[in-house]
Design a protein. Structure first.
Lengths: 162, 125
């Protein structure tokens, strides 16, 4: 069994910085830690939408979702456009069971994504391709952006042992 | 039949089989709004203008079963590459854009009037 003097619930920006401030006292950071699925699509998404056809990339799975996730707002209380997409539905998955909140005058919104909501935004975005960033190489190098994209999720869930 | 009718109203032709299947599946589980209580099959058989009816119904109550059906079909159609140009304009044509907007404004007013008349005819309130 793990024991800790300080337990921080949630590895979002607040939890992470709290843990950072308390480094040296061995805070334990707990996080449900759902992660986004990697997109099966490769290339510029805008172009894919124009050219995809039978036998091509499955845009239905990406845009609507196998469980019709994107149609969430048609039938249920509204989620922001980012959260209702198939790739982002993991953020609030199981919210009613994991952390039920009953309220009359507000909708409780919570994130179960590893690294909190801020990390989920990054996970839900389609990455720029080298072609997208052609001409920007002096400002944003594709190789640098790619390496940051690979490092960020790991940083958020590290334990701060000081 | 329902998917085809709505697709025809929105895009001018029948829905592809895949969209018809997806539409039926999408409506299986979630609860639709309980208003208006209309027999859609009968309205379709009579050739009712569902687009006009939906517009009028939406003006009466934003969350309603007819609008939900239109939304579902619209979302399903939008992801298809063959509909890309209907949803995304890539050309700069300002005069034509204003003209189309004006025409659609007039068309919407006509459809709203027609829809309100249909609501009375079919006793929807």
């Amino acid at each position: 069994m793990t024991s800790a003097e300080i337990i921080i619930v949630g590895a979002g920006p607040s939890g992470t910085f709290a843990a950072y401030q308390l480094r040296g006292r061995g805070p334990l950071v707990l996080d449900v830690g759902y992660r986004a699925q990697e997109s099966a699509l490769d290339g510029n998404f805008y172009e894919l939408r124009k050219t995809s056809s039978a036998g091509g990339p499955d845009l239905f799975a990406e845009l609507i979702g196998p469980g019709f996730e994107s149609l969430h707002n048609v039938f249920h209380a509204s989620l922001g456009p980012r959260l209702k997409g198939p790739r982002m539905r993991f953020v609030t998955r199981g919210a009613a069971e994991l952390s039920p909140v009953v309220a009359q005058n507000f909708d409780a919104l919570m994130s179960f994504a590893a690294g909190g909501m801020a990390n989920a935004w990054g996970a839900g975005l389609y990455r720029f391709t080298a072609d997208d960033l052609a001409g920007w190489s002096e400002t944003i190098a594709y190789e640098v952006l790619t390496s940051i994209g690979k490092r960020v999720p790991r940083v958020y869930v590290e334990r701060f042992d000081g | 039949m329902e998917a085809n009718h709505i697709h025809r109203a929105l895009f001018g032709h029948d829905a592809p089989e895949e969209v018809q299947r997806q539409y039926a599946s999408a409506l299986e589980a979630p609860p639709l709004a309980d208003w208006p209580r209309v027999n859609l099959d009968r309205l379709i058989e009579r050739g009712a203008d569902l687009e006009a009816l939906e517009l009028a119904v939406r003006r009466s109550r934003r969350r309603n079963a007819l609008t939900q059906r239109f939304q579902v079909l619209c979302y399903l159609a939008e992801v298809r590459p063959d509909n890309f140009e209907r949803f995304v304009n890539e050309r700069c044509r300002r005069p034509a854009g204003w003209l189309i907007l004006g025409l659609h404004l007039l068309r919407s007013l006509y459809k709203l009037g027609k829809g309100r008349w249909l609501m009375r005819v079919h006793d929807i309130r």
